[in-house]
Ligand binder design. Structure first.
Ligand code: GLN
Length: 205
């Protein structure tokens, strides 16, 4: 029995809840999927998903409630986490923005990447591409980018799972997963299944 949380500070929570339940069902793993906002709700989770939305708003809310520190502590203890789009920004060590430079916004700082916010500019604020992601056994994965960030640099311990246009768009550092796109909108549960497998491993240690 695993317990997987989805943070509700901001963003497309419902789609992540549904994709995670579907991943549990497909893998035949008994588990529950719960929404998380307060620091005490982070305790006892076997994995956490941080959806897209607006990373600056998300960071400030998480800081105010104390959830930011609680999440960081659990991730450093090894709790698996998947951050998508703004969720990836929130996981990152460093965040850059063409307008303001290094943003100084509240970050978890648990994923060793440098991320540029809103990297695709106005013309391509939203677009879709098909990706092959061999490490997850996924082919033709429909990746939906919405005012997406871009990963400019990755640290040594970071594995690139998929790239698009010479830039990493999905990465993993141990059990910390980040995507610049929205896997919950793809129709494939490859990332959610990867997280469920990590949650099972974490719950057994
Ligand atoms: N542009 C948003 C940010 O910088 C991310 C967009 C998204 O999550 N779809 O936080």
């Amino acid at each position: 029995m695993v317990r997987i949380g989805v943070t509700t500070f901001q963003g497309d929570v419902e789609e992540h809840l549904a994709a995670t339940r579907e991943a549990l069902r497909r893998l035949g793993v008994p588990g529950e999927v719960v929404t998380v906002k307060l620091p005490e709700e982070v305790e006892g989770l076997d994995a956490l998903i941080i959806p897209g939305g607006e990373s600056t708003v998300m960071g400030r809310l998480a800081q105010r409630t104390g959830a930011l520190d609680a999440i960081r502590r659990r991730v450093l203890e090894g709790m698996p986490v998947l951050g998508t789009c703004a969720g990836l920004i929130f996981l990152a060590k460093r965040v850059y923005d063409r307008v303001v430079g290094e943003t100084g916004q509240p970050l978890l700082g648990v994923l060793d990447v440098l991320v540029e916010r809103n990297a695709y500019g106005r013309q391509r604020e939203s677009f879709e591409v098909e990706l092959d992601i061999p490490a997850l056994g996924a082919r033709g994965f429909r990746a939906v980018f919405i005012r997406a960030p871009s990963i400019l640099e990755v640290g040594e311990g970071v594995e690139v799972l998929a790239s698009y246009g010479n830039r990493p768009v999905a990465v993993r550092q141990e059990a910390v997963y980040g995507t610049t796109f929205h896997p919950e909108l793809s129709g494939s549960t490859a990332f959610h299944e990867a997280l469920v497998r990590e949650a099972v491993r974490f719950s057994r240690r």
